[in-house]
Design a protein around this ligand. Structure first.
Ligand SMILES: Nc1ncnc2c1ncn2[C@@H]1O[C@H](COP(=O)(O)OP(=O)(O)OP(=O)(O)O)[C@@H](O)[C@H]1O
Ligand SMILES: [Mg+2]
Length: 336
C-alpha cells in the first residue's frame, strides 16, 4: 500500500509534471476523452463539459460545490444517464449511448455517493454478485453453463483475495445489513474491483466514514494505480484531495473551470471564488458546504438500467441512518 506520509511523486504525478494547468488541457496518455457533453434537466444545465482528458494511471479528483454536476457527470460517463449532446471515448472505444453494464465490460466502473450494498446478502455474496452485476450477466443462466464450476472457483478466489486486501475476510459471512456505514463503503469499493476494471470512478467514498476507516479507504484508493487502475474521485474534503490527487479537476455549474496539480488548483482564485464566494478572507483553504451523508440499503441494480433518476439518490434512503447527522453510519467496529 502507498505510504500516506511519502512525498515521492507517484507515476501519475510524474506523467503530468509538464502538463499546463488549464481547463481542457491535453494529457500525455489519456484513458478518457470527453467532448461537448451537455446534460440539462428542464431549464437547468447540470453538466456542460467542453473538453476533458483523464490521464491513464493517475488519481484525478473531481471537486466542486454541491450541485456542480459531479454525480451527473459520473452518471453520464458510466451509462446510468444520457447526455443531450456530446461524445466520449474510453481506451479508444466510443462509449456514448452504451448501457451501464456494457460500459463496465469495457473496464470502467463506478461506486455511488450513497452505498448500495445488499443488506440481506453476506459480504461474500455481495462480492460474488459484484463479479456479475456490473457486467449485466445473469447468475441463473450461468449456473447451467459447462464452465460454471471453473468460473465460480475463479470468482470466489478473487473475492477472497480482495477481502483479504481490504481486511474484511473475517467478516465474509456477516450480512451487508450488519455492517457499519464505513464498512459498507469498503465493501462497495472491493466489490467494484471484482470485474478487474481499468478505471474506477468513486463518488465520495469517504463521506460519513469515521477517521480510522477514512485512512484505510484512502490507502486503498492510493493503492489502485499500482494495480493498473486509473481513478476519478469525487471528494469534498480538501485535505484528502490534496493528499491523494495527482491532478485536480474543478467543476462549477456544470463546467470545468480549472484543472491542474493539487497545489496549483488550491491557489487558483477562480476555484476559491467558486467554493466560498468573492470577498472571503481565508484563501488558504476551501470550505465547501458540508452535506449530510447517509447510507442507502437495498437498492442495488443488478442489470443497471440507464436512469435519469440515478443522480437523485436522496430519494432512495433507507431509514437506518439519520441523513441530518454527518456522523451517522460511522464505523465504530473496526474491521479495516
Ligand atoms: N434527475 C435529476 N432531475 C433533475 N435535476 C437533477 C437530476 N439530477 C441532478 N439534478 C440537478 O443537477 C445539478 C447537479 O447535480 P449533481 O448531483 O450532479 O451535483 P454534485 O456536484 O454531485 O453535487 P453534490 O456535491 O451535492 O453531490 C443539481 O442542481 C441537481 O439538483
Ligand atoms: Mg454528487
Amino acid at each position: 500500500m502507498a505510504d500516506p506520509t511519502s512525498s515521492t511523486p507517484t507515476a501519475g504525478a510524474l506523467a503530468l509534471a509538464d502538463v499546463p494547468a488549464e481547463p481542457g488541457v491535453a494529457k500525455p496518455d489519456p484513458i478518457l476523452v470527453v467532448d461537448h457533453v451537455m446534460r440539462s434537466f428542464g431549464g437547468l444545465t447540470a453538466v456542460d463539459v467542453d473538453h476533458l482528458e483523464l490521464q491513464r494511471g493517475a488519481i484525478t479528483s473531481l471537486i466542486g460545490p454541491n450541485g456542480a454536476g459531479k454525480t451527473t457527470f459520473f452518471n453520464l460517463m458510466t451509462g446510468f444517464d444520457r447526455p443531450n449532446t456530446g461524445s466520449w471515448s474510453f481506451d479508444g472505444h466510443d462509449l456514448a449511448s452504451l448501457a451501464a453494464h456494457k460500459v463496465a465490460r469495457h473496464g470502467m466502473v463506478r461506486t455511488f455517493q450513497l452505498t448500495k450494498a445488499l443488506t440481506r446478502l453476506s459480504v461474500m455474496e455481495n462480492m460474488k454478485l459484484g463479479a456479475t452485476e456490473q457486467r449485466g450477466e445473469r447468475m441463473l443462466s450461468s449456473l447451467f453453463g459447462p464452465l460454471w464450476r471453473e468460473q465460480e472457483r475463479e470468482i470466489e478466489a478473487r473475492a477472497e483475495e480482495l477481502l483479504v486486501r481490504f481486511k474484511m475476510d473475517h467478516m465474509r459471512n456477516e450480512l451487508g445489513g450488519e455492517l457499519s456505514g464505513g464498512q459498507r463503503k469498503l465493501l462497495e469499493m472491493a466489490r467494484a474491483l471484482m470485474v478487474q476494471p481499468s478505471m474506477v470512478m468513486l463518488d465520495e467514498p469517504m463521506a460519513g466514514v469515521n477517521p480510522a476507516l477514512t485512512q484505510s479507504l484512502l490507502g486503498h484508493v492510493k493503492d489502485l494505480p499500482s494495480h493498473g487502475m486509473t481513478v476519478l474521485f469525487v471528494e469534498h474534503d480538501m485535505d484528502v484531495v490534496m493528499d491523494i490527487s495527482d491532478w485536480v479537476v474543478v467543476m462549477a455549474q456544470g463546467k470545468i473551470i480549472a484543472e491542474g496539480p493539487p497545489e496549483a488548483v488550491a491557489a487558483n482564485e477562480e476555484v476559491i471564488d467558486a467554493y466560498i464566494g468573492k470577498g472571503h478572507g481565508d484563501e488558504s483553504r476551501f470550505t465547501p458546504t458540508p452535506r449530510a451523508q447517509a447510507v442507502a440499503g437495498d437498492t442495488i441494480v443488478a442489470e443497471a438500467p440507464p436512469s435519469a433518476d440515478e443522480g437523485r439518490e436522496d430519494l432512495k434512503l433507507d431509514a437506518d441512518t439519520d441523513p441530518a447527522d454527518p456522523a451517522a453510519g460511522d464505523d465504530t467496529r473496526g474491521g479495516a
